[in-house]
Design a protein around this ligand. Sequence first.
Ligand code: AMP
Ligand code: ZN
Length: 472
Amino acid sequence: MSFHLFDTYQKKKVAFEPLTKGHVRMYNCGPTVYDYAHIGNFRAYIFADTLRRWLECSGYKVTQIMNITDVDDKTIKRALEEKKGLTDITKVYVDSFFEDLNTIHILPASHYPRATTHIDEMVELVQDLLERGFAYKTEDGSIYFRVSSFAEYGKLSGKKLEDLRIGERVSNDEYDSKDDVRDFALWKSWSERDGNVFWETPLGKGRPGWHIECSAMSMKYLGDVFDIHTGGVDNIFPHHENEIAQSRCGTDGDFSRYWAHCEYLLVEGKKMSKSLGNFYTLRDLTEKGYKARAIRYVLCATHYRSQLNFTMESLEAANNSLARIDDFRESWKNYPEGIIHAEVSGVLQRGDDQFTEAMNDDLNVSRALAALFTTIRELNALANDSKTSKADVSEIERYWNRWNHALGILEPFEAETATEIDDSWIQERIEARRDARAHKNWAEADRIRDELAAKNIELKDSADGTTWKFIG
Ligand code: AMP
Ligand code: ZN
């Protein structure tokens, strides 16, 4: 089977063919930088990363663009609340976003365009929409897309034009001067709520709507027609529906040819929310001592089109699976000198066929992992029967590297191995905990204990001080 992807637009799995042979052009909706990215966001980014990795494993060159939304209602609100400039706020979260990408081993995209440096492109697209009669200006100077002018509106989300009513995600006051409640803003004229965030442009003084940002940036870097557009399911409506409308109407191109969306991540069975106390950023978890590699494992192992229930138990289970992977990789070092074994080649080839079939079937990572563990089991059995040797290792490594390129979790993440095996780091943590306790900072002391426990290090306090040992 060639690579098949579930296309939200066609609502079925379809054989994937890029527009240009051998070259895939892909756009991923990226972060809105008004806060640290949470693990739900990272599910969407790891899905995009896995897709890119698998396309590369399949021999394609991939141009991958991920935008950064650094101006919108949320970023402006945050800046006003904190009485800071917009870029003072967004810079913090842009920097942390890139740190987090590194932490969780997401490969860098080709480019990360920011909305604030692409205002000219947005203005041009809005001008084209006005000229072509798909947009109108209201009394206050804002510009809206006329939804009724685009017959295919609703095709992506499966919504019927006549059923669309006020209310979905947008507050009533935004509808003040529109011709039709369904119309959406392309350009928002300046109001006091925007503080000093505005651009003086041929469209007037104001700022772009959120949807036009992604249309303008994707088409600037990938052309009027490109291959894949991704996001989370919450992006389907209205964000991606609106992107399609304004991009197809504003240009002669068809915009994205495939649409891929990952389902929601829940924590302990519930939607993540700060009030429920089940809201986690990546750094919340790594600071508690959970391994980024285990977090990545959990985020990628459930099929992207199923809801993912993130639990602390799932992180433990991931740690166990990773230990099996690491034990296997260590075991090659003990293979004896000898000849190349045909049986080893057979197991690897069969494992790779199954791995490839699973990934080609709409990125079925859990099935690919099952194929990987079967291969490990079979190779271990051969090793027990003295049917493996050092001569086999280069072939094992060839497949291993391919599978690791696809999933990004087969090799230890460097920063973690460094701390894991370094006794002085453990001593340093024990001393930090002792200081915290001396200052009656029990929360910090507990945090350090948890951090160590997550690395299988157990502390024992006694009158003589604190000792530690590895467990599990
Ligand atoms: P935002 O920063 O809110 O614009 O979201 C960035 C990306 O994360 C988008 O593609 C969203 O669809 C995705 N996303 C947000 N919350 C979740 C979640 N709980 N599960 C999966 N994806 C999410
Ligand atoms: Zn977007």
